[in-house]
Design a protein around this ligand. Structure first.
Ligand code: ADP
Length: 245
Protein backbone atom coordinates (compact mmCIF):
# COMPACT_ATOMS: atom_id res chain seq x y z
CA UNK A 1 0.00 0.00 0.00
CA UNK A 2 1.13 3.55 -0.74
CA UNK A 3 2.94 5.30 2.11
CA UNK A 4 1.72 8.77 1.40
CA UNK A 5 -1.88 9.78 1.63
CA UNK A 6 -1.93 11.78 -1.56
CA UNK A 7 -1.31 9.61 -4.57
CA UNK A 8 0.23 10.82 -7.80
CA UNK A 9 -2.18 9.78 -10.59
CA UNK A 10 0.76 8.97 -12.85
CA UNK A 11 1.45 6.01 -10.57
CA UNK A 12 -1.94 4.49 -11.36
CA UNK A 13 -2.91 2.35 -14.33
CA UNK A 14 -6.54 1.67 -15.11
CA UNK A 15 -7.51 -1.86 -16.12
CA UNK A 16 -11.27 -2.33 -16.25
CA UNK A 17 -14.56 -1.10 -14.82
CA UNK A 18 -15.79 -3.42 -12.06
CA UNK A 19 -18.85 -1.58 -10.81
CA UNK A 20 -20.65 1.66 -10.37
CA UNK A 21 -22.34 3.34 -7.45
CA UNK A 22 -23.53 6.52 -5.85
CA UNK A 23 -20.32 8.38 -6.70
CA UNK A 24 -19.43 7.07 -10.12
CA UNK A 25 -17.59 4.12 -11.57
CA UNK A 26 -15.15 1.83 -9.77
CA UNK A 27 -12.20 0.45 -11.70
CA UNK A 28 -9.64 -2.22 -11.11
CA UNK A 29 -6.21 -0.72 -11.51
CA UNK A 30 -2.60 -0.96 -10.52
CA UNK A 31 -0.56 1.21 -8.25
CA UNK A 32 3.13 1.48 -9.25
CA UNK A 33 2.57 -1.26 -11.81
CA UNK A 34 2.25 -4.13 -9.34
CA UNK A 35 -0.34 -3.57 -6.59
CA UNK A 36 -3.93 -4.28 -7.55
CA UNK A 37 -6.18 -1.50 -6.27
CA UNK A 38 -9.77 -0.32 -6.64
CA UNK A 39 -10.05 3.19 -8.04
CA UNK A 40 -13.26 5.15 -7.51
CA UNK A 41 -13.69 7.88 -10.08
CA UNK A 42 -15.86 10.50 -8.41
CA UNK A 43 -18.57 11.96 -10.59
CA UNK A 44 -18.75 15.75 -10.48
CA UNK A 45 -21.34 17.04 -8.00
CA UNK A 46 -21.64 13.72 -6.19
CA UNK A 47 -20.05 14.78 -2.90
CA UNK A 48 -19.13 17.68 -0.67
CA UNK A 49 -15.46 17.65 -1.52
CA UNK A 50 -14.22 19.53 1.57
CA UNK A 51 -16.15 17.23 3.90
CA UNK A 52 -14.89 14.22 2.05
CA UNK A 53 -11.26 15.31 2.29
CA UNK A 54 -11.60 15.78 6.05
CA UNK A 55 -13.42 12.47 6.46
CA UNK A 56 -10.89 10.65 4.29
CA UNK A 57 -8.08 11.74 6.61
CA UNK A 58 -9.88 9.95 9.44
CA UNK A 59 -10.76 6.96 7.24
CA UNK A 60 -7.17 6.42 6.25
CA UNK A 61 -6.18 6.00 9.88
CA UNK A 62 -8.82 3.31 10.31
CA UNK A 63 -6.93 0.16 9.62
CA UNK A 64 -8.29 -3.30 10.32
CA UNK A 65 -8.32 -6.64 8.46
CA UNK A 66 -12.14 -6.53 8.29
CA UNK A 67 -12.40 -3.00 6.89
CA UNK A 68 -11.79 -2.21 3.22
CA UNK A 69 -8.57 -0.21 3.46
CA UNK A 70 -8.50 3.28 1.99
CA UNK A 71 -5.03 3.80 0.53
CA UNK A 72 -5.22 7.38 -0.60
CA UNK A 73 -6.71 9.99 -2.87
CA UNK A 74 -5.79 12.06 -5.92
CA UNK A 75 -6.90 15.59 -5.09
CA UNK A 76 -4.99 17.74 -7.59
CA UNK A 77 -7.29 17.02 -10.50
CA UNK A 78 -10.90 16.39 -11.41
CA UNK A 79 -12.47 13.91 -11.23
CA UNK A 80 -11.23 13.10 -7.74
CA UNK A 81 -9.92 9.57 -7.40
CA UNK A 82 -10.18 7.37 -4.33
CA UNK A 83 -7.81 4.44 -4.15
CA UNK A 84 -8.71 1.47 -1.95
CA UNK A 85 -8.01 -2.19 -1.36
CA UNK A 86 -9.29 -4.29 -4.25
CA UNK A 87 -11.90 -6.92 -3.34
CA UNK A 88 -12.06 -9.64 -6.00
CA UNK A 89 -15.51 -11.01 -5.21
CA UNK A 90 -17.27 -7.64 -5.26
CA UNK A 91 -20.20 -6.57 -3.16
CA UNK A 92 -21.59 -8.92 -0.50
CA UNK A 93 -25.19 -8.53 -1.65
CA UNK A 94 -24.50 -9.84 -5.16
CA UNK A 95 -22.23 -12.50 -3.74
CA UNK A 96 -25.04 -13.77 -1.49
CA UNK A 97 -27.56 -13.72 -4.32
CA UNK A 98 -25.29 -15.58 -6.72
CA UNK A 99 -23.43 -17.95 -4.43
CA UNK A 100 -25.40 -17.98 -1.18
CA UNK A 101 -26.99 -21.37 -1.83
CA UNK A 102 -23.61 -23.06 -2.23
CA UNK A 103 -22.18 -21.57 0.97
CA UNK A 104 -22.16 -23.79 4.02
CA UNK A 105 -23.76 -22.59 7.24
CA UNK A 106 -20.34 -22.23 8.82
CA UNK A 107 -19.40 -19.74 6.05
CA UNK A 108 -22.50 -17.68 6.60
CA UNK A 109 -21.59 -17.44 10.26
CA UNK A 110 -17.98 -16.51 9.58
CA UNK A 111 -19.13 -13.77 7.21
CA UNK A 112 -21.27 -12.31 9.99
CA UNK A 113 -18.32 -12.55 12.32
CA UNK A 114 -16.10 -10.66 9.86
CA UNK A 115 -18.61 -7.83 9.75
CA UNK A 116 -18.82 -7.81 13.58
CA UNK A 117 -15.05 -7.51 13.88
CA UNK A 118 -14.92 -4.58 11.46
CA UNK A 119 -17.80 -2.86 13.23
CA UNK A 120 -16.32 -3.49 16.67
CA UNK A 121 -13.16 -1.74 15.53
CA UNK A 122 -15.15 1.24 14.20
CA UNK A 123 -16.98 1.58 17.51
CA UNK A 124 -13.73 1.31 19.47
CA UNK A 125 -12.47 4.26 17.39
CA UNK A 126 -15.69 6.24 17.91
CA UNK A 127 -16.52 6.05 14.24
CA UNK A 128 -20.17 5.66 13.23
CA UNK A 129 -20.74 3.83 9.96
CA UNK A 130 -24.32 5.10 9.28
CA UNK A 131 -25.01 2.80 6.34
CA UNK A 132 -24.07 -0.76 7.21
CA UNK A 133 -25.83 -3.13 4.78
CA UNK A 134 -24.79 -6.05 2.57
CA UNK A 135 -24.52 -3.67 -0.41
CA UNK A 136 -21.79 -1.79 1.50
CA UNK A 137 -19.67 -4.81 2.37
CA UNK A 138 -17.19 -6.38 -0.05
CA UNK A 139 -15.81 -9.90 -0.41
CA UNK A 140 -12.19 -10.74 -1.21
CA UNK A 141 -10.63 -13.69 -3.05
CA UNK A 142 -10.64 -15.79 0.13
CA UNK A 143 -14.33 -14.98 0.74
CA UNK A 144 -13.44 -12.77 3.68
CA UNK A 145 -16.03 -10.02 4.13
CA UNK A 146 -14.93 -6.46 4.86
CA UNK A 147 -16.97 -3.40 5.72
CA UNK A 148 -16.81 -0.50 3.26
CA UNK A 149 -18.38 2.90 2.54
CA UNK A 150 -18.24 4.06 6.15
CA UNK A 151 -19.26 7.46 7.42
CA UNK A 152 -20.74 8.78 4.19
CA UNK A 153 -21.55 12.18 5.64
CA UNK A 154 -20.33 13.92 2.51
CA UNK A 155 -22.94 12.51 0.12
CA UNK A 156 -24.56 15.24 -1.95
CA UNK A 157 -27.90 13.61 -2.66
CA UNK A 158 -30.80 14.37 -0.37
CA UNK A 159 -32.71 11.33 -1.64
CA UNK A 160 -30.01 9.41 0.22
CA UNK A 161 -29.38 11.65 3.24
CA UNK A 162 -32.92 12.68 4.19
CA UNK A 163 -34.83 10.00 6.10
CA UNK A 164 -37.83 10.59 3.85
CA UNK A 165 -35.67 10.31 0.70
CA UNK A 166 -36.15 7.42 -1.70
CA UNK A 167 -32.59 6.11 -1.25
CA UNK A 168 -32.47 6.41 2.56
CA UNK A 169 -31.69 3.02 4.17
CA UNK A 170 -34.99 2.92 6.12
CA UNK A 171 -35.01 -0.87 6.33
CA UNK A 172 -31.62 -0.83 8.11
CA UNK A 173 -32.44 2.06 10.49
CA UNK A 174 -33.67 2.14 14.10
CA UNK A 175 -36.62 4.28 15.25
CA UNK A 176 -34.38 7.04 16.67
CA UNK A 177 -32.72 7.50 13.28
CA UNK A 178 -36.05 7.41 11.42
CA UNK A 179 -37.66 9.92 13.78
CA UNK A 180 -34.80 12.13 15.07
CA UNK A 181 -31.74 11.37 12.89
CA UNK A 182 -29.98 10.24 16.06
CA UNK A 183 -26.96 8.23 14.88
CA UNK A 184 -24.67 6.31 17.22
CA UNK A 185 -22.81 3.04 17.48
CA UNK A 186 -26.15 1.70 18.71
CA UNK A 187 -27.82 2.62 15.44
CA UNK A 188 -25.01 0.76 13.69
CA UNK A 189 -25.90 -2.28 15.83
CA UNK A 190 -29.48 -2.08 14.55
CA UNK A 191 -28.09 -2.21 11.00
CA UNK A 192 -27.00 -5.73 11.80
CA UNK A 193 -30.02 -6.35 9.58
CA UNK A 194 -27.03 -7.35 7.46
CA UNK A 195 -26.98 -10.64 9.41
CA UNK A 196 -30.55 -11.18 8.22
CA UNK A 197 -29.40 -10.46 4.66
CA UNK A 198 -26.65 -13.08 4.99
CA UNK A 199 -29.00 -15.75 6.33
CA UNK A 200 -31.65 -15.02 3.73
CA UNK A 201 -29.02 -15.25 0.97
CA UNK A 202 -29.41 -11.67 -0.11
CA UNK A 203 -33.13 -11.06 0.09
CA UNK A 204 -34.33 -7.51 0.59
CA UNK A 205 -35.56 -6.93 4.14
CA UNK A 206 -39.32 -6.22 4.32
CA UNK A 207 -39.33 -7.10 0.64
CA UNK A 208 -42.81 -6.05 -0.42
CA UNK A 209 -43.25 -3.16 2.03
CA UNK A 210 -42.74 0.49 1.18
CA UNK A 211 -40.39 2.62 3.27
CA UNK A 212 -43.38 4.35 4.85
CA UNK A 213 -44.96 1.00 5.80
CA UNK A 214 -41.67 -0.08 7.35
CA UNK A 215 -41.41 3.07 9.46
CA UNK A 216 -44.91 2.35 10.80
CA UNK A 217 -44.22 -1.35 11.34
CA UNK A 218 -40.94 -0.73 13.16
CA UNK A 219 -42.51 1.92 15.36
CA UNK A 220 -45.25 -0.57 16.27
CA UNK A 221 -42.66 -3.18 17.26
CA UNK A 222 -42.87 -5.40 14.17
CA UNK A 223 -39.54 -7.02 13.24
CA UNK A 224 -38.01 -9.10 10.45
CA UNK A 225 -38.98 -12.79 10.43
CA UNK A 226 -36.47 -15.61 10.90
CA UNK A 227 -34.66 -16.26 7.61
CA UNK A 228 -34.81 -19.90 6.58
CA UNK A 229 -31.11 -20.66 7.06
CA UNK A 230 -30.88 -19.14 10.55
CA UNK A 231 -31.35 -21.43 13.54
CA UNK A 232 -33.45 -20.20 16.46
CA UNK A 233 -30.38 -19.20 18.55
CA UNK A 234 -28.92 -17.26 15.59
CA UNK A 235 -32.24 -15.53 15.03
CA UNK A 236 -32.26 -14.61 18.72
CA UNK A 237 -28.91 -12.84 18.23
CA UNK A 238 -30.06 -10.73 15.30
CA UNK A 239 -33.39 -10.04 17.00
CA UNK A 240 -31.58 -8.53 19.98
CA UNK A 241 -30.05 -5.94 17.63
CA UNK A 242 -33.57 -4.60 17.02
CA UNK A 243 -34.44 -4.06 20.64
CA UNK A 244 -35.87 -0.66 21.39
CA UNK A 245 -34.61 0.96 24.60
P1 ADP B 1 -20.71 3.89 -4.08
O1 ADP B 1 -20.18 3.92 -2.70
O2 ADP B 1 -20.20 4.96 -4.97
O3 ADP B 1 -22.21 3.71 -4.15
P2 ADP B 1 -19.79 1.25 -4.14
O4 ADP B 1 -18.69 1.38 -3.18
O5 ADP B 1 -21.04 0.60 -3.70
O6 ADP B 1 -20.12 2.63 -4.78
O7 ADP B 1 -19.22 0.50 -5.42
C1 ADP B 1 -20.00 0.13 -6.50
C2 ADP B 1 -19.59 -1.25 -6.97
O8 ADP B 1 -18.21 -1.25 -7.36
C3 ADP B 1 -19.69 -2.30 -5.87
O9 ADP B 1 -20.97 -2.88 -5.85
C4 ADP B 1 -18.61 -3.30 -6.26
O10 ADP B 1 -19.10 -4.18 -7.25
C5 ADP B 1 -17.55 -2.42 -6.91
N1 ADP B 1 -16.50 -2.05 -5.93
C6 ADP B 1 -16.51 -0.98 -5.10
N2 ADP B 1 -15.40 -0.94 -4.33
C7 ADP B 1 -14.67 -2.02 -4.68
C8 ADP B 1 -13.41 -2.56 -4.22
N3 ADP B 1 -12.71 -1.96 -3.26
N4 ADP B 1 -12.97 -3.69 -4.80
C9 ADP B 1 -13.70 -4.30 -5.77
N5 ADP B 1 -14.87 -3.86 -6.24
C10 ADP B 1 -15.37 -2.73 -5.70
Amino acid sequence: PPEKWEINPSELTFMKVVGSGQFGVVKLGKYRADHRVAIKVIREGAMYEEDFIEEAKVMRRLCHPKLVQLYGVCLQQRPLLIVAEFMENGCLLNFLRQRGRSLMDSWLLSMCQDICEGMEYLEAHSFIHRDLAARNCLVNEHNVVKVSDFGMTYVLDNQYTSSSGAKFPVKWSPPEVLHYSKYSSKSDVWSFVVMWEVYSQGRTPFENRSNLDVVNDITRGIRLYRPHRASQPLYAIMYRCWHEV
